[in-house]
Design a protein around this ligand. Structure first.
Ligand code: SAM
Ligand code: SF4
Length: 422
């Protein structure tokens, strides 16, 4: 979502005459878009500001804006702590930048804009065509969260659940496709909680499925509780919807899920997986896991490992529990760091084995790849198969934006290598 937001911030800046630069030393406005989901993000901001100060020690200082969830969480505090920062903008107020930038530039005012103006934000963004289309593009359809998992900072930094109207989403999708997108990933903190006047995520996927020029549809991140039957059905009926479901479970222990306030238990989770598989047997799953949540015993952890075996997730993203300020879990007693580290290592070892076996099974098989870009001038191309596996091939023709069958000939932990199979 931060990538989507960064692109929209760039669209806003382009509108007032700025262009993007990769060269820090020539920048006259520097925007640091931040994430607050795990700790150290705040430290990273101050570290980056330090680097910038050094770079501009003997030159005119650029305008420095901090956007995103760290800005939302820290607000005024950040302006007090670091005089080099000119403005902080929360994730629901960055649309105000073009109007305020003059104030900062000319009046040298310092700005704290951390209101939750999500409707106003999208009303403003809808007026600007997106110029940041890629072969595989992101499109935010829903923001915020009302679920309040005890470990999570999102409801406090992104605010309550909000769904954009279906018309504005479909019109933005058309812009992205006309500018070259072949794949659209619909985004939301709880993307499957999407509901705009009873127009649901399943309705949106069906509408996108009919759009000419679009080849692939994905959505992320889903909450297991919102995986409703209508959404499960579209996995059978909408051919452009890719057969990979990212469904964060967090733990294999129902006891821990209850402590986390997750609102689903393991039986519910397994039942949803079964329903999806029954509708479309080619579906595979990926998930997020929090290791070492307060109260997690060795037995609970073993249940998490057992779930890995049971589902064969093709990607498992694991994070050591990180206490976030203001969340209920931040007040709980943490598990010894040595134990959590040990658990994380054994979790990752197991998930890597599962992925290795999965990649091994793909050897000499054909996968359908949408190519996104060339990696170098020697004709190496990068793309993803239907299950979002990264695939690389060598080719003398430009493959960008095209879909080809690829025979897999080799692999490593993160990438499949192959040759175009004609
Ligand atoms: N809304 C999604 C869901 O409910 O499954 C998750 C979105 S969250 C932005 C992405 C992931 O970050 C979570 O699935 C969780 O695994 C991880 N995460 C969130 N808060 C965390 C914390 N305090 N410590 C460690 N990991 C955390
Ligand atoms: Fe955070 Fe997801 Fe829980 Fe919402 S549902 S509080 S975004 S982990």
């Amino acid at each position: 979502m931060n990538e989507y937001d960064s692109n929209r911030i760039l669209d806003l800046f382009k509108k007032i005459g700025y262009t993007r630069t990769e060269n820090i030393s020539e920048t006259n406005c520097y925007v640091l878009n931040t994430c607050h989901i795990r700790e150290k993000a705040t430290d990273k901001v101050y570290h980056d500001v330090g680097r910038l100060k050094k770079e501009f020690r003997n030159k005119k200082k650029p305008i420095l804006l901090v956007t995103g969830c760290v800005a939302q969480a820290e607000g005024e505090e950040m302006l007090k702590k670091e005089s080099y920062i000119d403005g902080v903008f929360g994730p629901q107020s960055y649309h105000k930048i073009p109007k305020i930038i003059n104030k900062i530039e000319i009046e040298k005012s310092r700005v704290n804009s951390t209101e939750f103006d999500v409707i106003e934000k999208f009303d403003n963004l809808n007026l600007i065509k997106t110029k940041c289309s890629k072969i595989s593009s992101f499109l935010t359809i829903q923001e915020g969260c009302d679920k309040f998992c005890h470990f999570c900072v999102v409801p406090y930094t992104r605010g309550p659940e909000y769904s954009r109207s279906n018309n504005e989403i479909l019109s933005e999708a058309r812009q992205l496709i006309d500018a070259g997108a072949k794949e659209i990933t619909l985004l939301g903190q709880n993307v499957n909680a999407y509901n705009s006047k009873n127009f649901l995520l399943s309705d949106l996927i069906c509408a996108l499925n009919e759009m000419s020029g679009l080849e692939r549809i994905r959505y992320t991140t889903s909450h297991p509780k919102d995986m409703t039957d209508d959404l499960i059905d579209v996995h059978k009926n909408c051919k452009k919807l890719m057969p990979l479901v990212h469904l964060p479970v967090q733990s294999g222990s129902s006891k821990i899920l209850k402590l986390m306030n997750r609102k689903h238990n393991i039986d519910d989770y397994l039942n949803t997986i079964k329903k999806l598989k029954d509708k479309n047997p080619s579906i595979k799953f990926s998930s997020d896991f929090i290791i070492g949540y307060p109260g997690e015993t060795e037995e609970d952890f073993k249940l998490t490992l057992a779930l890995l075996d049971e589902i064969d997730f093709i990607n498992s993203y694991s994070f050591i529990f990180s206490p976030r300020p203001g969340t209920p879990a931040s007040k709980l007693k943490n598990i010894d760091k040595k134990i959590t580290k040990k658990r994380l290592i054994s979790f990752q070892k197991k998930s890597e084995e599962i992925i290795k076996n999965y990649h091994q099974e793909l050897l000499n098989k054909k996968v359908e790849v949408l190519f996104e870009n060339s990696i170098n001038k020697d004709g190496k191309y990068f793309g993803r198969d239907k299950h979002a596996n990264a695939v690389m091939v060598q080719s003398s023709q430009d493959l960008t934006g095209k879909i080809f069958d690829v025979k897999i000939t080799n692999f490593n932990q993160n990438t499949l290598f192959g040759e175009i199979s004609l």
